[in-house]
Ligand binder design. Structure first.
Ligand SMILES: [Zn+2]
Length: 192
């Protein structure tokens, strides 16, 4: 068994991507401390319309995009892919949804999930940003989306332990207040 295909299988498992997505290439760049994972759509598989979920033919592939993923042993890890555009008889040509990230986001779902935990555990948002290697705007967006996700499946009846946290942004001139559910480690609300 060659090492390359083992590595590709390993990353496919780590990412939780399966057919018809496949890991086409894993590039290790030790000098830059980076890992680049190239994902591809298997040739011949039907596309899926993001609007109605219907199976349809592939129109073409969108230009390559990259997503920041969880680091691999402190190597910054990025996913690259050209996402197929579905040709739906009803909705026209639409870029498919990918299983590893929310639409229009440049971070993978796993990265966002992990980032929320880090931001919750950090003394300040600034510190969390440093640990994660992201900017304030990203952190703000991650928390905003965490709240959105929380609101989608918010059932306050089950709440047992709540935490109210204040974290400084930047040099301490501004604060955000986080309301989180300790049992399920989810963010319920963020206010400035
Ligand atoms: Zn459709």
């Amino acid at each position: 068994m060659n090492i390359d295909s083992e590595l590709q299988k390993h990353y496919a498992q780590l990412l939780g991507v399966g057919s018809p997505w496949e890991v086409k290439n894993v590039e290790l760049k030790p000098a830059e401390k980076r890992v680049e994972i190239e994902l591809g759509w298997q040739w011949g598989a039907d596309a899926q319309c993001p609007e109605c979920g219907g199976r349809c033919s592939i129109h073409d592939c969108a230009p390559e995009r990259t997503w920041r993923h969880l680091d691999t042993m402190q190597f910054r890890t990025e996913i690259r892919a050209r996402v197929p555009r579905a040709d739906c008889p009803e909705h026209g040509v639409r870029t498919m949804q990918v299983p590893w990230a929310a639409p229009h986001r440049r971070l993978t779902l796993l990265f966002e999930r992990f980032a929320v935990d880090v931001l919750l555990a950090s003394a300040s948002v600034n510190q969390g940003c440093k640990l994660l290697g992201i900017g304030w705007e990203s952190a703000r967006e991650i928390l905003r989306r965490a709240v959105e996700r929380g609101l989608e499946r918010r059932q306050l009846e089950g709440l047992k332990r709540l935490a109210m946290d204040e974290k400084s942004f930047g040099r301490g001139q501004s604060y955000i207040r986080l309301l989180s559910d300790l049992e399920l480690s989810r963010v319920l609300d963020v206010v400035e």
